[in-house]
Write a protein that binds this ligand. Sequence first.
Ligand SMILES: CC(=O)SCCNC(=O)CCNC(=O)[C@H](O)C(C)(C)COP(=O)(O)OP(=O)(O)OC[C@H]1O[C@@H](n2cnc3c(N)ncnc32)[C@H](O)[C@@H]1OP(=O)(O)O
Length: 214
Amino acid sequence: MPVIPEPAKATPDLHVIGAGGHARVIVALAQAAGYRIAGIFDDQPANPALLLGHPVSGSVRDIPDSVDTWAVIAIGSNAVRERLAAQFRQVQWATLIHPAAWVAPDVVVGPGSVVMAGAVLQPGVRIGTHVIVNTLAGIDHDCRLDDYVHVAPGCRLAGNVHLETGVFAGVGCSFIPGVTVGPWAQLGAGAVITGALPGGVTAVGIPARPMRGR
Ligand SMILES: CC(=O)SCCNC(=O)CCNC(=O)[C@H](O)C(C)(C)COP(=O)(O)OP(=O)(O)OC[C@H]1O[C@@H](n2cnc3c(N)ncnc32)[C@H](O)[C@@H]1OP(=O)(O)O
């Protein structure tokens, strides 16, 4: 089994923060992983309709900040996940791994992080807190994804890639072995990352280059 924080009981009820499209994917993942949904919480739900049968139960402040509360932040924006995580001191952040993901036995996945269906995490991978490894992403041996990273569907990371805090990699990015991307950089869909990129840039293309003025 991968190294993930164990909930106090086998299937704790899960508070889901966020009510958008990403949240629907998280609800489906949580149910597949054996969680029951305690409620969906969003301060400004764009669509107050049911999420896979669950109503939006309230706003984020309605979630009890207690060691008995299990929750996940189901919002795609890395900066918003960071801001919301800082609002709680005691909540237990659930680590969700889809049963149809492959996670090697020694992989470490931090609290609040989610690994979607079809993702593959090979030996030596280290995943921080509140990270999203999205559908069909391939994270090869010894990669490090720091806190609040989002690797979008279909990204392919060769071995020893390091994505620092808050990096966003758009759909289908590819990384050659050993590259490092600095904190809060954004990588456009389909980019091929062949060398180090500094923090804060938005980079696109093959090979990926920072967009002018960004
Ligand atoms: C399950 C999920 O949905 S997870 C979410 C996954 N989301 C993604 O993968 C989104 C990835 N985002 C992108 O690729 C975006 O286009 C970004 C972040 C790179 C740039 O976004 P914006 O700042 O809005 O750029 P904008 O759309 O204005 O385009 C600016 C220019 O960059 C070009 N451009 C935009 N994205 C890319 C890209 N991925 N690769 C190459 N060129 C691009 C545009 O064609 C445009 O060129 P032009 O000035 O010659 O017309």
